[in-house]
Design a protein around this ligand. Structure first.
Ligand SMILES: Cc1cc2nc3c(=O)[nH]c(=O)nc-3n(C[C@H](O)[C@H](O)[C@H](O)COP(=O)(O)OP(=O)(O)OC[C@H]3O[C@@H](n4cnc5c(N)ncnc54)[C@H](O)[C@@H]3O)c2cc1C
Length: 402
């Protein structure tokens, strides 16, 4: 009988891991605490390297169809209301079959993945199963879940903990989550108004401003009618209530593009932002993946992308062990590869991206914007910048780590 992998968390990382695992011949059970996939506004930006993985699990056509394809992204000097530089993914056409970004909301990936998962006899999806405890012996893992009918015990050969930033499994295993929390929170505002028409920007935009930077991007929405999402920093001393008030929301949107009519606000949210990496990505037969293993600010759209890379690396490694091509000593390679890639590519880039957008010193700010303009103007540096920002370099580098 094939080995059993229990996956905790039906976020996008857990769902992709489950799909990859059943496709590699494992018996898979996916456990989600809630009764449905979380559809709050979170990740949408999916980079070329990750699109290649979504293609591997057989979801790419639907994923592209349910989202928006963004060939370009732009940096703006918001204080001057002018575009500084535009990057064009087409320059990566010899590096990837997907030389663009796809903006598809993460809950769509979760839902389409679960739908596909249900077509496999060896995959089971259990909503309303909250994992509360984990115990391990030498050759297996026992999970305890709180389910509608009472407590359930689950036996598995391996466990993938994809249970998000507050991971119950990471805490149960006593794995430190090292790093820091930013003093400001991030405000996410979704509007119906079309910023491309208003300001001539593209579908993905990073607006630098010494007082209040903005990330501005378009998503298709569940009705495919199009939405614009803007992410702003709160003031350090501003309360959540103040930041989410009608007046503050209107003021922030007017700061992006001033106009007489009010914006049509569809959704608003505020959340805490961290830069943290788990001290260990594996304990025995339990592996951490996605936000359970690492969290970061969303500037650059890298967190979920990195989580999907974790899922694919992990399942490929477990499958190679099951086929007898590798022995269990490669289990530690998962941590060596994925932890380093997260620190080197995701933590570093997202911290630098934030710093570039919020720089207050006028000379340093001018230099940073000038640097980005010069990178965009030089084809070789333009390509190198995109290889790094789309995590293609990270995939290539990970393969070299033994
Ligand atoms: C505003 C915003 C914008 C973002 N933009 C981007 C972007 O553009 N690109 C990008 O790459 N990343 C982005 N991110 C980050 C991205 O949203 C996360 O990295 C992503 O959600 C991680 O997925 P996950 O599956 O690891 O965890 P989650 O999506 O958090 O899923 C974890 C799941 O586990 C379940 N769960 C928790 N505990 C238990 C338990 N004990 N038992 C069973 N189930 C449990 C939860 O209910 C949840 O469904 C953004 C984040 C935010 C907040």
């Amino acid at each position: 009988m094939s080995k059993h992998i229990a996956i905790v968390g039906a976020g996008p990382v857990g769902v992709v891991a489950a799909l990859a695992a059943v496709q590699q011949g494992f018996r898979v059970s996916l456990y989600e605490a809630e009764s449905r996939v979380d559809d709050s506004p979170r990740a949408a930006t999916t980079h070329s390297s990750t699109l290649e993985m979504i293609a591997r699990v057989g979801l790419i056509d639907r994923f592209v169809k349910e989202g928006l394809t963004a060939r370009y992204f732009q940096f703006w000097d918001q204080a001057a209301q002018s575009m500084v530089a535009q990057f064009d993914h087409e320059i990566l056409k010899d590096d990837t079959p997907y030389p663009f970004v796809v903006q598809t909301e993460q809950h769509k990936l979760g839902n389409m993945g679960i739908e596909k998962l249900r077509t496999y006899a060896d995959a089971a999806v259990h909503f309303e199963h909250r994992i509360t405890a984990v115990a391990q012996s030498g050759d297996g893992v026992t999970l305890t879940a709180q389910a509608p009918g009472g407590e359930v015990r689950i036996e598995a050969d391996y466990v993938i903990a994809a249970d998000g930033g507050r991971s119950a499994l990471r805490k149960a295993l006593d794995i430190p989550f090292e790093g820091m929390t930013w003093p400001e929170r991030f405000i996410v505002i979704t509007v119906k108004d079309d910023f491309e028409r208003l300001m001539g920007c593209c579908y993905r935009n990073y607006l630098a401003h010494p007082d209040a930077w903005t990330n501005l991007f378009k998503i298709s929405g569940d009705d495919m009618q199009g939405r614009w999402r803007a992410v702003f920093p709160s003031g350090v001393d501003e309360t959540d209530e103040e930041a989410l008030s009608d007046a503050a929301v209107a003021r922030r949107l007017a700061h992006v593009f001033p106009r007489a009519e009010p914006y049509e606000v569809l959704h608003r949210n505020i959340y805490r932002v961290h830069q943290r990496v788990a001290a260990r990505f594996r304990q025995g037969r339990v592996f951490l993946a996605g936000d359970a293993a690492h969290v970061n600010n969303p500037i650059g759209g890298l967190g979920l992308n990195c989580g999907i890379h974790d899922a694919m690396e992990l399942v490929d490694m477990l499958a190679a062990v099951e086929r007898g091509e590798e022995d269990a000593s490669v289990f530690d390679r998962y941590e060596r590869r994925r932890r380093q890639m997260n620190i080197e590519f995701v933590q570093q880039q997202t911290v630098n991206n934030k710093k570039r957008l919020e720089e207050k010193d006028p000379a340093v700010r001018a230099q940073a914007l000038d640097d980005i303009r010069r990178i965009a103007d030089d084809p070789q540096r333009h390509r190198q910048f995109l290889l790094r920002s789309s995590l293609i370099d990270s995939v290539r580098k990970a393969r070299t780590i033994a």
